[in-house]
Ligand binder design. Sequence first.
Ligand code: CDP
Length: 221
Amino acid sequence: MKKITIAIDGYSACGKSTLAKDLANKLGYIFIDSGAMYRSVALYCIQNKLIENNIPDKKKIIDALPSIRLSFKKIDDKNVLFLNGVNVESQIRSNEVASVVSLIAAISEVREKLVHEQQKMGLNGGIIMDGRDIGSVVFPNAELKLFVTASEEIRVKRRFAELQSKGIKSTLDDVRLNLSERDYLDTHRAISPLIQVDDAIVLDNSNLTREEQLEFVLSLI
Ligand code: CDP
């Protein structure tokens, strides 16, 4: 059967990556978490002091871009992200990274670099990518585009539980604030803001189990 491209966009913490992983397992496709790539660039900027008082030093960041190498490697059946040869999978989920990533993702040169890498990964189809600009910019010709959404309260609870399971200390209020700040920045930035494209199918998974949402998307495919 022909391998298609599946683009999944939506707000923060609405379960895009969970759905993408389940689909990739079921279909034998590659899953790419594009948010992890933006988080890794943000981590690099923190580590190299390219952000001061929550203000990114745009010039220094653009100059540093050629030194940022991202690669995915399969470990125990999971696609793990390496930043300059180091596995950063757990570090990129920190509150510190979450608090600056949307500022970094608004820099056009950062987006150009990552979009180019993402498009290369998708050349042969058989890929599921989740993010904010996948159906609009990265894969505008994707055969299936989903716009995933869930109520704010459910997203806050899901992200809080996820952080707890990873041993990252947080509060419901901190999570709520971070999600709403990022959603605002992601939908209002000048370059490739999060939008619901005309040909995307909306999936509100507020009241769906993981299995139910997977069944729904498989029926679309
Ligand atoms: O996991 P969560 O939904 O909270 O976010 P993520 O997918 O890890 O993405 C982190 C951040 O990266 C987002 O809030 C966006 O600012 C940025 N991002 C983006 O601009 N474009 C993408 N394709 C993916 C993520």
